[in-house]
Write a new protein. Structure first.
Length: 244
């Protein structure tokens, strides 16, 4: 379902425990303004800060943001380089703020294709925020759900596994401790309506909300509208309805 915010939704009694967001539209937003795509990524980083702070205040337990997919390596080299530089700067700048606001930060995805400097910055951010508990912020970097499943199946070496055991394997190949659990609500900005290889296993029963707003213009009212829409869904999980 498409939604666009801009109104005060009111506060509901139950907030989705795990929200995932595909932050789409940075480049298009910049191009519409006659700016380079990197300008859009910098604007998008400001939106990240706003949505993270709002998620913590709202009471979300876990927020997973799709920062860089494995397929994004095929973008122009100058854009990829700028993204990695921005990500490293963002980690350094936001880690003290996360500690101050009791936000735990972790990064899921491959690390063998990242620069040593970026891997070090990730480890430092994770270590500094390890004991924070108000919100778990997960950034998906060099992430592909399908590649994750292939790597987990390879690691299983033909063993018969339960769903929980396979979930643990999926987490282990992505530097993930497995505590995030399934996604309750997935939001995609930018007008597209697809999952783009993001958390396919974890989104098996997620409610999907699509917004026409580009990520740099996505605000707290849009976020609240998505949560309100979530509360209007009849979640069946393959069986009886489960009230929200």
């Amino acid at each position: 379902m498409r939604i666009d915010g801009g109104h005060d939704t009111g506060r509901k009694t139950r907030i989705p425990r795990h929200i995932a967001i595909i932050m789409d539209g940075n480049g298009r937003w910049a191009n519409q303004r006659g700016k380079p795509r990197t300008f859009g990524h910098m604007a998008g980083a400001k939106t990240v800060r706003e949505i993270v702070e709002h998620s913590r205040r709202t009471g979300v337990g876990c927020l997973t943001l799709y920062a860089f997919s494995s397929d994004n390596w095929s973008r122009p080299q100058d854009e990829v380089t700028a993204l990695m530089r921005l990500f490293r700067r963002h980690l350094a700048a936001e880690t003290p703020k996360c500690v101050e606001n009791d936000v735990r930060m972790s990064v899921v995805g491959r690390r063998d294709r990242l620069s040593p400097e970026l891997v070090h910055a990730i480890a430092a951010a994770e270590d500094a925020t390890r004991d924070c508990a108000s919100l778990h912020l997960r950034l998906a970097v060099d992430y592909s759900a399908r590649d994750t499943m292939v790597r987990a199946a390879t690691a299983a070496q033909g063993r018969e596994l339960s769903r929980d055991a396979f979930s643990s394997l999926l987490a282990s190949v992505n530097h993930d401790d497995g505590t995030a659990g399934d996604v309750d609500l997935l939001i995609r900005t930018g007008g597209e309506q697809r999952l783009s290889d993001f958390l396919l296993w974890e989104c098996a029963y997620a409610e999907l909300v699509f917004s026409r707003r580009m990520w740099p213009e996505f605000g707290t009212a849009d976020f609240d509208a998505a949560i309100e829409d979530f509360h209007g869904r009849d979640r069946r999980f393959g069986g009886l309805s489960r009230a929200i």
